[in-house]
Write a protein that binds this ligand. Structure first.
Ligand code: HEM
Length: 450
């Protein structure tokens, strides 16, 4: 069985239509040719955008010459009120320094240390869902709750029930709802001088979230000084010194970073998990196999992670079909030639996991759900060259290892206890918000597994 997919993709659309379609149905509404093209050009009165859908071009931009293709400022503006000067938005030397301090917190050994906190969050997710047996459940809300819980437990050693954590979580949902579609900003022809207006409540919500985070980081700084801080990700990041300058993050800088950890760490994982669970409902045989494998989940010993092989392959396949970050936008800082075309300085370069992961000319059965593909020659080659759910190169997601432990763990834990069933007529349509979400929620029936 293939994931439900409307029968035809249009052949040609205008840029405006394209931006609109992306919001309506990212999967099927776009022209079929975009999934076959190596590169596509969009013209606007003020600049040009290029969708790069060829592995060596993507490699040039992300891996070989990242300094020549910084993050486009066109996409960062919408996030600025919440994220300030966080690592997600900065470029150049400021960004390099931030990564030198952040990266050690996510190294392999640290994942082992924070694994018990992930385990507890997974058990809490099972306990919450257990109260909804037999009902139709909105899965995105459930996975958002679980992923936010993971972030608070691993970062600050507090569960989502903590008053401040719960408030950040709920205000964040309001912020997300009031946000325009950010990635599309790179394709929409607004000149740079045109001011971008934020709704007043968007700014107020961002300010409130930041005040709450400031409280958490100020308290933590005090605990670090008193020698009473727990050994979690926040303490690790706040006590790590930049090997080049010997400096640490100030409390202010840490507020920016915590804001992005929360956003990047829970939005993306929640999106990925919700689509994975939807795929499980579409393919019950695979769901049963994961449930069987999950019998290895006995206690929170980190070694169990390596035993969740099928769960990992399924999560990986879900990340291919529904990459939470559908597009990344970079800017050309000097003239380039790509595929014999002149790319002017200032052009927007769109690297799209969404299109690359379904590139017709590269993948066998590109739209099909096949968790075993990773063992095939084609799957292995494409994984190396055309699979970038976490981006690639210097700006690769620092949380990739974290997410590849968290996702399969929560998936296995849930499937060990429950079966998820598709509801006729309520299949979700993927749309691009901050991450790939569904148009009206992902509704599935939850049944207890014997
Ligand atoms: C399935 C889960 C996740 C996916 C698919 C994902 C994907 C990505 C992608 C594609 C980027 C690059 C964005 C761009 O260049 O525009 C990114 C950046 C980032 N991610 Fe993740 N991410 C996930 C989970 C996490 C987690 C759990 C954390 C932290 C706990 C995290 C923290 C970050 C940060 C800080 C950045 C900015 C890095 C930089 O610009 O240098 N992510 N992520």
């Amino acid at each position: 069985m293939m994931p439900p997919k409307p029968p035809s993709r249009p052949n040609k659309v205008s840029l405006w239509q394209y931006a609109k379609l992306f919001r309506q149905d990212i999967l099927s509404a776009q022209p079929a040719r975009l999934y076959r093209a190596w590169m596509a050009e969009f013209r606007t009165p003020f600049f040009r955008s290029y969708l790069l859908n060829q592995p060596d071009l993507v490699k040039t931009v992300l891996k070989d010459r990242p300094d020549d293709f910084p993050k486009s400022s066109r996409i960062s503006e919408g996030l600025r009120p919440l994220l300030g000067n966080s690592v997600f938005l900065t470029n150049g030397e400021v960004w390099k320094r931030q990564r030198r301090i952040i990266d050690p917190a996510f190294e392999g050994g640290r994942l082992r240390d924070i694994f018990p906190a992930m385990w507890q969050a997974s058990e809490a997710a099972v306990a919450r869902l257990d109260t909804q047996i037999g009902t139709e459940v909105e899965i995105e809300a459930m996975t958002s709750h679980a992923a936010a819980d993971v972030i608070f437990r691993t970062l600050f050693s507090i569960p989502i029930e903590n008053k401040t954590a719960a408030r950040v979580f709920s205000r964040f949902r309001d912020y997300q709802r009031s946000q325009p579609l950010l990635n599309i900003a790179a394709l929409i022809p607004l000149p740079r001088w045109m001011p971008r207006f934020f709704k007043r409540d968007t700014k107020e919500t961002a300010a409130e979230i930041r005040a709450l985070i400031r409280q958490l980081t100020t308290d933590r700084m005090a605990e670090i000084k008193a020698g009473t801080a727990p050994d979690d990700l926040a303490t690790k990041i706040m006590t790590t010194t930049d090997p080049q300058t010997g400096e640490r993050f100030s409390t202010d800088e840490m507020v920016d970073q915590v804001a992005i950890f929360f956003l990047a760490g829970h939005e993306t994982s929640a999106s990925a998990l919700s689509w994975t669970i939807y795929l499980m409902a579409l393919y019950p045989d695979w769901q049963d196999k994961v449930a069987q494998e999950a019998s290895v989940l006995e206690n929170d010993d980190f070694s169990v992670v390596s035993k969740l092989k099928l769960s990992r392959n399924i999560f990986r396949e879900a990340l291919r079909l529904y990459p939470p970050v559908p597009m990344m936008v970079r800017e050309a800082t000097c003239p380039e030639q790509f595929r014999d075309r002149d790319i002017a300085k200032g052009s927007q370069l769109v690297v799209s996991p969404w299109h690359l992961h379904r590139q017709d000319r590269l993948w066998d059965n590109p739209d099909g759900f096949d968790p075993m593909r990773w063992q095939t020659e084609n799957g292995k080659k494409c994984q190396r060259e055309a699979y970038i759910p976490f981006s690639a190169g210097a700006r690769v997601c620092p949380g990739a290892g974290f997410a590849m432990v968290e996702g399969p763990l929560i998936l296995s834990m849930l499937l060990r206890h429950f079966r998820f069933e598709r509801i006729d007529g309520r299949d979700p349509v993927p749309v691009a918000h901050l991450t790939v979400r569904s148009d009206k929620g992902i509704w599935l029936k939850v049944v207890r597994r014997n």
